[in-house]
Design a protein around this ligand. Structure first.
Ligand code: AMP
Length: 458
């Protein structure tokens, strides 16, 4: 409430709030989803470049799976007892009554594609990456949306602790490239094989039984269906209880302990620092053995910017041959928020080089081909093609923040010339019309030109 509002009666505040609401356009985005406006697209473009570069360096190839899949794809893999499947999926029936779901995460679709397209016949491991939107019906809040973007990669068909360490290194390098790794803490755990988890779940049940009054409704449900998920609870009382709960380490098999030690040895060789967290679990049931998350140092688990791990049982679960796999996914909106917090600047490619102002139909006839030629030469050009006084057009050029304006009025048409105005110092030069493009290219500088090179992948 503002200071002014304090002086108003509550009724007045209500009326002004209603008036405010009335001013809203009739159509708004649904709760929890957002437009990506140009300013944030600069971040997306930059992030996409960074992740593509690191992915290609590591030999990953891009995959895009459909935005919706048969519901069973997620139910079977993400887990019936997970929050995602239980209450966060956008599920609907198509016209033939088949149950479809907007993908809530990336791994299940990629694994479905691996099996469906016989990728087991390709040289293994198959390494794939994606940059796509996902959908979860969550309670919207900062960093938690109903449509969000993830970059992720999957390495399918090979198992070795060295591979886990290498995946973690690639994720870390990406955060470094994005300028936010200093603010993050890598949390690492091994959640063992299926047998270890059954034993661990029993131990957790014993621990929480008798303490039900401290558990939220959701956590009580987890206690029956999948007690390990309680460790990921955001309920304050439960979080306090969790601190004294037994950790995974007591229940791991000898093989899992050895596997985990080897992962850590490789991370040490690579100079990757981590925090061991024996209670780290992930929100999806398909993980086995190595799991990891990148947390904001200040906010902890509430603000995980990404995570991953091994999911060796999933391909078999989906009807394929037993095949080991590991993967990672990073939340793009959370990374952007972190970049902004860390004051990381991204290059803006949308800045214009030149504004073309004109007066009269004859001038327009000269300007249209000129604008076309300037753009073909790599000059980012905007033309004021509507009617309007030159003074008004110059004001517009100022607002667009261009370094140069080209002016063509009646005199310039008659004399076959053009005026180049340097907007930063306000000086003007008249040049022959057929020299304008060369002069602008010279002033902007060859290295700043914006060319589309079709031979380069986007
Ligand atoms: P997950 O698939 O749950 O492991 O999520 C991987 C990453 O995606 C998380 O670490 C978050 O950074 C991000 N993420 C997950 N859910 C959301 C959401 N609802 N809104 C925004 N980002 C999300």
């Amino acid at each position: 409430m503002s200071e002014q509002d304090v002086k108003k009666t509550s009724e007045e505040v209500l009326i002004s709030a209603n008036e405010e609401n009335e001013k809203k356009p009739p159509f708004q985005t649904p709760k929890g989803v957002h437009d990506i406006l140009p300013e944030n697209h600069d971040y997306h473009t930059y992030i996409k470049k960074v992740v593509r570069h690191r992915s290609r360096q590591a030999g990953f190839k891009r995959i895009s799976t459909p935005i919706f899949e048969f519901t069973e794809v997620f139910k079977r893999t993400v887990g019936e007892a997970s929050d995602i499947v239980n209450k966060e999926m956008y599920t609907f029936l198509d016209r033939k009554g088949r149950s479809l779901t907007l993908r809530p995460e990336g791994t299940a679709g990629v694994v479905r594609a691996y099996i469906q397209n016989n990728m087991k016949d390709l040289p293994q491991p198959v390494e794939l990456y994606y940059y796509s939107p996902f959908f979860r019906y969550e309670k919207p809040q900062a960093g938690r949306y109903r449509q969000f973007w993830q970059f992720g990669f999957e390495i399918i068909g090979e198992k070795d602790p060295a591979l886990d360490a290498q995946s973690i290194l690639i994720s870390k390098k990406i955060y470094e490239d994005l300028g936010i790794m200093d603010s993050l803490d890598l949390q690492l755990n091994n959640i063992g094989d299926v047998e270890s988890r059954i034993k661990y779940a029993e131990a957790l049940k014993d621990y929480y039984y008798g303490k039900e009054r401290y558990l939220s409704e959701d956590d009580l449900m987890r206690l029956e269906k999948n007690p390990i998920r309680i460790l990921d609870s955001k309920n304050e009382d439960t979080m306090i209880l969790n601190q004294s709960a037994p950790g995974f380490e007591e229940f791991l098999s000898k093989e899992s302990i050895e596997y985990h030690n080897e992962v850590k040895e490789y991370l040490d060789v690579l100079g990757v620092k981590y925090t061991e967290n024996t209670k780290l679990v992930r929100g999806l049931d398909y993980y086995t053995q190595t799991v990891y998350e990148f947390w904001d140092k200040k906010r902890g688990s509430q603000n995980s910017v990404g995570g991953g791990g091994r999911y060796d049982g999933m391909i078999e679960l989906m009807g394929g041959e037993p095949t080991p796999a590991t993967g990672f996914a990073m939340g793009v909106e959370r990374v952007i928020a972190q970049m902004k917090r860390m004051k990381v600047k991204v290059p803006k490619k949308d800045n214009l080089h030149v504004f073309v102002a004109q007066l009269g139909k004859e001038a327009k006839k000269k300007c249209l081909p000129l604008i076309n030629e300037l753009r073909d030469k790599g000059i980012k050009t905007m033309g004021a093609l509507g009617k309007g006084a030159i003074k008004h057009q110059l004001k517009l050029a100022d607002k667009f923040n261009v370094p140069y304006t080209i002016l063509i009025g009646l005199t310039e048409v008659r004399e076959n010339t053009a005026i180049i105005r340097d907007m930063r110092v306000g000086s003007q030069t008249t040049v022959a019309f057929d020299k304008v493009v060369d002069e602008i290219v010279k002033r902007i500088g060859e290295d700043k030109l914006d060319f589309y090179d079709p031979s380069q992948p986007i």
